[in-house]
Design a protein around this ligand. Structure first.
Ligand code: AMP
Length: 199
């Protein structure tokens, strides 16, 4: 029995990345399929998005694609999705992804992936959801980001208790195992309530 069922994955759409990244995305797709988890993602057929969905589908996973109308073109879309939701805007797309997903994972990616990861983390920080958020840290891709987050924490921009909001692992199964045990950090209400220091 899984702690969650629908796993939303954000990842790069670029076709210019090295083969090892595509392979790592495929391994994540395989891990989701092995666990009978449903993949929710942006419906793309390119880059890591395509490699992830190809592997999940090959492993027998149910895959749900959600895309805005503007991306619904043969060049961008995955051709074999059995469940595709075409919505009007990027915002509607994200809202639907968040509503139907129980957990979120970012794989290596660019602006789109980073924006998606940070929005979902920010929503956890302000208490809009309490679902696990993880990154697949393939080849240390997210190390510079981890350093920036740590710097922001040291400088006081990120509360200590919010460090635990982001789960990391380079191995898909280890990441999913950690995410299955996720307990939202205590004190999450601090961002909204702003108690006096020492309370
Ligand atoms: P990037 O990391 O800049 O390549 O952007 C990738 C992210 O943008 C993915 O996680 C998707 O959610 C979104 N994205 C890219 N291509 C599509 C697409 N065809 N349909 C919907 N979203 C997409």
């Amino acid at each position: 029995m899984n702690a969650f069922q629908n796993v939303c994955v954000f990842c790069g759409s670029s076709d210019k990345v090295g083969e090892p990244y595509l392979k790592a995305a495929g391994e994540m797709g395989q891990a989701l399929a092995r666990r009978n988890l449903t993949l929710v993602y942006g419906a793309g057929g390119t880059g890591l998005m395509g490699a992830l969905a190809d592997a999940a589908l090959a492993g027998g996973a149910h895959v749900i694609g959600i895309t805005p109308e503007s991306f619904n073109t043969p060049q961008l879309m995955h051709p074999k999705l059995e469940e595709l939701h075409v919505v009007k805007t990027m915002h509607e797309r994200k809202a639907l992804m968040v509503d139907i997903s129980d957990a979120f994972i970012a794989l290596p990616g660019g602006y789109g992936t980073l924006e998606e990861l940070f929005e979902i983390l920010c929503w956890a920080q302000v208490g809009l959801h309490s679902k696990p958020v993880g990154v697949l840290d393939s080849f240390g891709y997210f190390e510079p980001l981890n350093s920036l987050i740590e710097h922001a924490r040291q400088e006081g921009f990120i509360y200590e208790e919010h460090r635990g909001l982001l789960i990391h692992d380079a191995d898909p199964d280890a990441l999913l195992d950690q995410m299955a045990m996720y307990q939202p950090p205590e004190g999450l209400e601090r961002w909204v309530n702003r108690p006096e220091e020492g309370q």
